[in-house]
Design a protein around this ligand. Structure first.
Ligand SMILES: [Zn+2]
Length: 417
């Protein structure tokens, strides 16, 4: 069900050095039926640094069919992400004008981004391998091919729609093993003046803000701008601009075109700013990653100390959002239902299931009102404000929040952030 990474997926180097090792972990986005008898599979979870192109990569690749054929996370569940999608559609419109351009979204999830493009008058097409999500999007009028992004998918898009003007790939590029194949397929699909927009979590934030819970089996690569430029140059494409957004703990939006594109201007100043920042943060040196790995233990110790203290005081602790990163955090820290009694999550598909590994039960939001915990550990810290707004009644009854990352802290309201 998995293969080992022997060389760098960008530069093919074997100069890979391990800096994080979480041991064996279950898949973060798997949710267990409490009546099921099967033991969830576990896989090694560790990260290498490529000394030649500065890519961070997982040490293994789990078969994508195991991870992505059914997918519980829905983009539209987050209002913050919906607003981010709307802003992206507006930006593309102001960049390329309002002609009826064709936008293809790779890994389009439930159609969250394409919905915004559609409202702006773009022609849209989704590509989404999770059958449950593709079906849902199609039912809503967002035409979606239930496929992985592959040469045959591109072939069928070209014969039914022609060349594509805009390709978007948000929160999917880090999931891709064969990045060269992915880019070659983009080149085949894109018109000469077309634009590829990629969004990935920024590795600089992973290191600087200790966002280690974003390390899980789906995320094969952890990107800096430098290795992204190396990749596209090797495929005869060009990075024209890079921008950063706060969503998901810090995301970079990378604008890529064919070399002969005459519409999208190159913003060398922006690109240089990112490269300088990466160099200044010492991120082209293995030693910086080793330091990061050593600092992770502080989070684990601080969180466990706090939970031990609260349990001695007979406090009831629950958690909010059965996110993939939350599962990594809990399993890495060795926290199960003895500390965190249950998790609330708004996604119906996750409710009445168990988190993989630690087996903590997941319920809907009303459980908060029923069980009245004293503390709520926020597992989707990237949406902390949104979560605190959603749980106003809990807050008004004196409930408090534990935010684990970048360092453990307890807050009572938005004012404490
Ligand atoms: Zn490399």
């Amino acid at each position: 069900m998995y293969k080992r990474v022997e060389h760098c997926r960008i530069c093919n180097s074997k100069n890979l050095h391990k800096y994080v090792d979480f041991g064996l972990m279950p898949l973060a986005n798997s949710y267990l039926d409490p009546k099921g008898q099967n033991q969830e599979p576990t896989f090694p979870l560790s990260v290498f640094f490529c000394k030649d192109c500065y890519l961070s990569t997982l040490s293994i690749v789990v078969d994508p069919k195991v991870m992505f054929s059914q997918y519980a996370y829905k983009s539209s569940i987050s209002k913050t992400f919906q607003e981010h999608c709307l802003a992206m559609a507006e930006q593309v419109q102001s960049l390329l004008g309002s002609k009826p351009l064709l936008v293809v979204d790779i890994a389009s999830n439930d159609g969250c981004l394409l919905r915004e493009f559609k409202k702006k008058g773009f022609k849209i097409l989704g590509v989404e391998p999770a059958q449950n999500l593709a079906k849902e999007a199609n039912a809503e009028g967002i035409t979606t091919l239930p496929e992985f992004w592959s040469a045959s998918t591109v072939q069928s898009i070209r014969s039914s729609h022609g060349l594509v003007d805009v390709i978007t790939a948000t929160n999917v590029f880090a999931h891709v093993d064969d990045v060269h194949g992915f880019v070659q397929n983009v080149k085949q699909a894109l018109s000469d003046n077309g634009l590829l927009i990629i969004e990935v979590p920024y590795c600089l934030n992973l290191i600087r803000k200790r966002e280690f819970d974003t390390i899980y089996h789906e995320h094969l690569s952890y990107f800096l701008v430098k290795p992204i430029i190396t990749l596209f140059e090797s495929e005869g494409m060009e990075v024209r601009d890079v921008q950063e957004f706060p969503i998901h703990g810090g995301t970079i939006r990378v604008f890529v075109t064919k070399k002969n594109n005459s519409v999208v201007e190159k913003n060398q100043k922006n690109i240089d700013r990112f490269l300088k920042m990466e160099k200044d943060e010492n991120l082209y040196e293995l030693s910086e990653y080793i330091k990061f790995a050593n600092r992770l233990l502080d989070v684990k110790i601080d969180l466990l100390q706090l939970l031990c203290k609260l349990k001695r005081e007979q406090k009831k602790i629950a958690a909010f959002a059965a996110s993939a990163k939350g599962n990594t955090l809990l399993n890495y820290c060795g926290i199960s239902s003895d500390f965190v009694e249950f998790i609330v999550d708004e996604t119906p598909e996750k409710q009445d299931h168990l988190y993989a590994g630690n087996r903590i039960p997941i319920f809907g939001l009303p459980e908060l009102e029923k069980q009245k915990p004293d503390y709520l550990l926020i597992l989707a810290w990237n949406f902390v404000k949104e979560i605190m707004e959603k749980t106003k009644p809990y807050q008004e009854h004196g409930g408090r929040y534990i935010i684990p990352i970048p360092s453990v802290k307890v807050v009572s309201s938005l004012d404490d952030l």
